[in-house]
Design a binder for this molecule. Structure first.
Ligand SMILES: *[C@@H]1O[C@H](CO)[C@@H](O)[C@H](O)[C@H]1NC(C)=O
Length: 343
């Protein structure tokens, strides 16, 4: 039987700072729950091999190799515990102590259990780039909201240890709990020429499938219509479907044919491929563009998942979230258009 592995180092991309740890009995309880879920979910991973052999560059590759090489390390160092687990009736995902996101799960109607949506015990991968360079999230995590189903915390985006922006990471559910709203709100501390956000996974897996079908497309009248360069990413197996998308009109769904290096995802701003069924990687790219000092912009990514038997409902709530997100991203601007155009 495969043993659970913990790839703590993987979140180094998005959230490098070690936040202070709240030593709560509740936190330990939630941690224990997640651990048992991981144990339940890893049995069929043995067929998939991690890229142990290739020493690629980039923090992601380095940490991936480390994570794959280590076996069990449940006694993680202080600061590496989950902050809490966010849960709806349909989805579950841990917030890590550094404010990043852990492994996503959906509740399967068939088994009535939590089913994982990334390979192994992988966290969500996330990257923020400032002026073309991978930035870090650092500074003490300032938690502004924490409930069983929502979390928000501030930290700083730094480049070469120089603060570039404040970021508020907000996580919440909508769409009957089937849709997870991941919103990063940036306020520039200096003039930032180009800010880019990526969220996804360097190694796809949903349910028991290591080669889920990934497709770009659109929501059209309550259906998903595959189309090259469509901004909605559908990841599907015979048992479940995931939709990941951003309401940002310039966002892209990136699909890679190979797995193992999120740096390859965040190197792209377009996808060469509009569909793939290989063991690959994917991410949603949200360009925020230029931020003048003091300017605030946000990037929202919706991550929705459900079992195949609930596909109609999933489509409905996902399409609604997309429209609602568009309304937030592109507010009607009759009264004060200067707010949008001032640079
Ligand atoms: C997503 O979350 C952000 C931040 O909390 C919020 O402003 C936005 O309205 C949410 N989007 C939807 C469609 O609920």
């Amino acid at each position: 039987m495969a043993r659970p592995r913990r790839l703590w180092a993987l979140c180094a991309l998005c959230a490098c700072a070690r936040a202070q740890v709240l030593d709560s009995p509740q936190g330990l309880h939630l941690e224990a729950n997640l651990q048992s879920d991981l144990m339940a979910g890893t049995a069929s991973d043995a067929v998939h091999s991690q890229p142990l052999q290739t020493a690629q560059d980039g923090a992601d590759a380095a940490s991936e190799v480390t994570g794959a090489a280590s076996t069990v390390s449940s006694a993680s160092a202080a600061g590496e515990e989950n902050w809490q687990v966010l849960q709806s009736s349909s989805l579950k995902i841990a917030v890590l102590a550094d404010g990043g996101l852990g492994q996503p799960f959906y509740r399967s109607q068939q088994t009535n259990g939590w089913t994982k949506l990334t390979y192994g015990s992988k966290h969500m991968d996330c990257a923020i780039k400032v002026d073309g360079h991978l930035a870090k999230l650092s500074g003490e995590l300032d938690v502004v909201k924490t409930t069983a189903s929502a979390f928000a915390a501030r930290s700083q985006v730094t480049l070469n240890a120089v603060p570039q922006a404040q970021v508020l990471r907000s996580y919440s559910f909508l769409g009957d709990g089937m849709v997870f709203n991941i919103t990063f709100t940036f306020t520039a501390l200096t003039d930032v020429t180009d800010l880019q956000v990526y969220l996804g996974t360097s190694d796809d897996w949903i349910g028991t499938s290591d080669q889920p079908r990934k497709e770009q497309g659109h929501f059209v009248q309550g259906q998903f219509q595959p189309e090259a360069h469509g901004k909605v990413l559908r990841v599907q197996s015979s048992d479940e479907a995931v939709f990941a998308f951003s309401p940002n009109p310039d966002s892209h769904a990136i699909i890679l044919q190979h797995y193992g290096n999120f740096a390859d995802v965040y190197a792209a701003t377009m996808s060469d491929m509009s569909r793939s069924s290989s063991d690959g990687a994917y991410g949603i790219y949200v360009p925020c563009g230029h931020l003048a000092r003091g300017e605030t912009k946000s990037a929202t990514i919706f991550y929705a998942a459900a079992g195949a038997s609930e596909l109609d409902h999933l489509l409905e709530v996902s399409a609604k979230a997309n429209s609602a997100g568009h309304a937030v991203a592109l507010p009607p601007t009759p009264a004060t258009p200067e707010e949008e155009t001032a640079q």
